[in-house]
Write a protein that binds this ligand. Structure first.
Ligand code: AMP
Ligand code: MG
Length: 393
């Protein structure tokens, strides 16, 4: 049986980035860049004042009490008309271009003005309170690399370098099919033997939270004809997520129905708890996950395998697997499983409390969880105060 890491490597080798498209930068939040972005101008484009005050020659202002003659005033958006020479100064506001001849800005608070005579109350150092042309970016320099996720900061940076239109990777669309004779939609009241379909909405929300586009396909009954028809519809998308029907029960028909629709199996079963029956395969254009039906197994498999695949399909170049951090265990915990285990926990100030949990159908307890403890397989007692690995939910 594959380990979690081996299974993830298989998944990622089948998840290749989608094609690029052009978008207005203002619509591109959360997308991944498909091109390197270079700066079209130096930034700042000229030497620039960083404070309100006076542009001076620092050599003039070598002691308190020096008086300089005021030439003019330059506010942001204006350009000085005169050169600052020895014995003179120009009043300048934050963001305005430094006049020729000046090499420092003295803040307004350490001066006193009497008409055209400005008295400097403190000595000045060359280069103080100014930013030289190109200090932050040089024209032609790559400021954002292909594969970067566009956060609000990057959207601002795109505007600064004059990019109104950008090439990004299309986000994957994700068909979601819940399987099971027992399932009814959330709006219905279950009757004998029935339960509500919680995985469908759970998966759609998880997909949305990653920035991909969910396409709910509803519920398929446990019969081959219905499964095959709905799988065929799902194969029009980049990803097909099925829940249920991949264990060893008599009505676990999903692997067979997928094979009949031309989906090649890559693996079935992972050394993982919960989530062992995970099925993964691919057709020509779609990667397919058969997620175990138990809601918590579905969630764990989504976090460990589906989310990294979606991030890679969306073009992310860096690490796509969930970040594993360490935390301190607040209570003793006994690991009984031989399989690598992901156990729901509440993480507060880097202290992890395992939740009282009724097994992999227990979504209610999971609602208190904001992390999963990751425990190696094999029976072992963990004492309160030990350091453990956690993944944020
Ligand atoms: P299965 O993987 O089909 O054997 O399902 C395992 C367990 O998960 C069973 O108790 C199912 O009733 C439950 N289950 C399957 N699909 C869903 C779903 N969409 N929503 C909630 N529970 C489900
Ligand atoms: Mg089932």
């Amino acid at each position: 049986m594959l380990s979690v890491l081996q299974a993830l490597q298989q998944v990622l080798s089948h998840a290749q980035p989608r094609e690029p498209l052009n978008l207005q930068a203002s619509d591109a939040l959360g997308y991944v860049l498909a091109e390197d972005i270079a700066c079209d101008l130096d930034s700042p484009p000229w030497d620039k004042a960083l404070m309100d005050g006076y542009a001076v020659q620092a050599a003039d202002v070598n002691a308190p009490g020096v008086k300089l003659r005021l030439l003019e005033e330059v506010t942001a958006g204006k350009v000085a008309t005169q050169e600052v020479t020895s014995g003179t100064c120009t009043r300048i506001m934050t963001g305005a271009p430094l006049p020729r001849g000046a090499d420092a800005v003295v803040v307004i608070e350490s001066t006193t003005a009497a008409g055209e005579q400005i008295e400097m109350q403190q000595p000045a150092r060359p280069e103080q309170n100014l930013l030289r042309q190109g200090a932050s970016m040089r024209q032609g320099e790559v400021v954002l690399a292909a594969g970067s996720v566009l956060r609000p900061i990057e959207i601002g940076l795109l505007a600064e370098v004059g990019r109104a239109l950008v090439s990004v990777i299309r986000r994957p669309t994700v068909a979601i099919l819940s399987t099971g004779d027992e399932l009814v939609p959330a709006a219905e009241t279950p009757r004998g033997g029935q339960i509500r379909n919680s995985n469908g909405p759970l998966l759609a929300a998880l997909v949305t939270a990653v920035g991909a586009t969910p396409v709910p396909l509803g519920i398929a009954r446990d019969n081959s004809a219905e499964l095959e028809a709905k799988i065929a519809a799902g194969l029009a998308h980049d990803v097909l997520l099925l829940s249920g029907g991949v264990s060893a029960g008599v009505l676990d028909l999903v692997p067979q129905a997928l094979a009949s629709q031309g989906v090649r199996q890559v693996f079935h079963n992972v050394d993982l708890k919960p989530g062992k029956p995970l099925w993964f395969g691919a057709s020509d254009k779609t990667v397919v996950f058969g997620l175990p039906g138990n809601p918590v197994s579905t969630l764990v498999c989504f976090k460990l395998f589906v989310q990294p695949a979606l991030r890679k399909l969306a073009g992310e170049a860096g690490r796509v697997a969930p970040l594993v951090r360490t935390a301190v265990l607040r209570e003793d915990f006994h690991q009984r499983s031989a399989r690598e285990t992901y156990f729901p926990a509440r993480l507060e100030q880097e202290q992890a409390t395992p939740l009282a949990w009724q097994g992999s159908a227990d979504l209610r307890s999971l609602a208190k969880a904001n992390a999963l403890l990751r425990l190696a397989g094999g029976e072992r007692h963990y004492a309160a105060g030990e350091s453990v690995e956690v993944i944020d939910l």
